[in-house]
Design a protein around this ligand. Structure first.
Ligand code: AMP
Length: 422
């Protein structure tokens, strides 16, 4: 199938040619005709499948056709909500790329940055608004945004949206949308609560499914190093000595962990940067840009910050820890080997994580190849229940000690002051 077969307008076909897309991906081939036919769509697809273009292209086509009948100031005719700033920015870039030979405009809004530049753009009028839920509601409440004219509504990454606690925000947004609209709903997984939400949004939807969450893993070469907890950082340096590993996206479960890994790599003069929730939007953008420009070899990310990051031709993903949810593993490794490129994942597993590997292998229905050439093999055993309890207790004690000391220090630095009597 070609894009021409999908009856796209010439301006979009030209933009797709510029992107060197030769044929639609599976989700695009299935969704685009339905969306052009004004059906509501329930799409089961994750990032990496070409899902953004699957909704952006037909929406641009609708808007370009609608435009011929409209005049006056631009109003928000299409609204896309998505859970993270990174995803929002990427969706905005997609709309701009596919719509570059049309007159359709888009803007992206998200929290964590000054709202003024966003408000200034909104005041001028825009056709497509891509937003994270919090900032959208905030600007709606301040009267800068009206959803009155929305004809096309997309809820992207619905499962992640609920994971991140956005359900109330979404419901508030839904209550402000016109009843008459076309709605598209995308989620990587479709548990009951997600289906329930979709039923509140969609009318007689057509279902489209590609790549259930366990199947992306089949196209990526996966390797596993088992080691001891204290050897992980040395093992990572050993792995990175391999010149074949150019750039890699490395996952860390925690923000502190990510910072620690960056410090260790920097000591060895390996160009790297971290992106996670404690980094400012500017720092994150700078890191991502540096990585895309290949100035950074290792980008260290937490799961939420990395969600949806779209790096063309990324070959390597490194799991510095093993996620306890097997789906997270599949999402992580799905960052590489996208759109037909080769991908390799390397996982570093300490004894306590051995059980997670078993869960992952069950989900992906395959064994992950263990690398035998490993100078730091796993020799420790996972803790038994008594040892685990003792460790938790010790952790708790250390935490309390830390906070007690901090409060003491703060108290002595800031002894308070007496109010002057008036
Ligand atoms: P997405 O699932 O929307 O995050 O897209 C994943 C990647 O596939 C992005 O880098 C897109 O630019 C790319 N892509 C989307 N559609 C196509 C296509 N038809 N041919 C080649 N690459 C594509």
């Amino acid at each position: 199938m070609t894009f021409e077969d999908l009856k796209l307008i010439p301006s979009i076909l030209k933009a797709l040619k510029d992107k060197n897309y030769t044929e639609p991906t599976s989700i695009q081939a299935k969704s685009i005709p339905l969306i052009l036919n004004r059906e509501d769509v329930l799409g089961s697809a994750q990032t990496g499948t070409g899902k953004t273009a699957a909704f952006a292209i037909p929406i641009i086509q609708h808007l370009a056709n609608d435009k011929q009948k409209q005049s006056g100031k631009r109003r928000i005719s299409a609204l896309v909500i998505t859970p993270t700033r990174e995803l929002a920015i990427q969706i905005g870039e997609n709309f701009a790329a596919y719509g570059k030979y049309t007159t359709i405009t888009n803007t992206v809004i998200f929290g964590g940055v000054n709202q003024r530049p966003q408000v200034n753009i909104l005041k001028k009028g825009v056709d497509v608004l891509i937003a994270t839920p919090g900032r959208l509601l905030d600007l709606m409440n301040q009267g800068y945004i009206s959803l009155r004219d929305v004809d096309y509504f997309v809820l992207d990454e619905a499962d992640r949206m609920l994971d991140m606690g956005f359900i109330h925000d979404i419901k508030k947004i839904l209550s402000k949308l016109p009843k008459k609209r076309q709605s598209l709903f995308f989620s990587a997984t479709m548990p009951k609560n997600i289906l329930g939400l979709s039923q509140q949004i969609l009318i007689n939807p057509k279902k489209v499914a590609v790549n259930p969450v366990s199947s992306t893993a089949e196209t990526i070469q996966q390797f596993l190093y088992t080691t001891n907890k204290q050897d992980k950082s040395k093992l990572l340096l050993h792995i990175l000595k391999n010149p074949e590993i150019g750039q890699a996206l490395l996952f860390s479960r925690t923000k502190h962990g990510a910072n620690r890994i960056v410090r260790n790599l920097q000591k060895k003069k390996i160009d790297c940067a971290a992106i996670h929730g404690d980094k400012s939007q500017n720092q994150r953008q700078k890191a991502l840009k540096g990585f895309k420009a290949e100035n950074i070899r290792v980008l260290v990310a937490t799961d939420i910050a990395a969600r949806g990051i779209d790096i063309d031709r990324l070959r390597y993903v490194i799991n510095y820890d093993i996620p306890n949810e097997p789906e997270t593993y599949v999402h992580r490794i799905g960052r590489c080997g996208r759109a037909g490129e080769e991908g390799t994942s390397i996982s570093i597993c300490e004894p306590e994580e051995n059980v997670y590997i078993r869960d992952i292998e069950r989900l992906i229905k395959q064994k992950i190849e263990v690398v035998s050439e490993n100078p730091f093999p796993q020799t420790d055993k996972p803790m038994n229940t008594t040892e685990k309890k003792a460790m938790e207790k010790e952790k708790q004690r250390k935490k309390q000690e830390f906070f007690a000391n901090r409060n003491k220090k703060r108290g002595s630095q800031n002894p308070g002051f007496k109010r002057k009597k008036r």
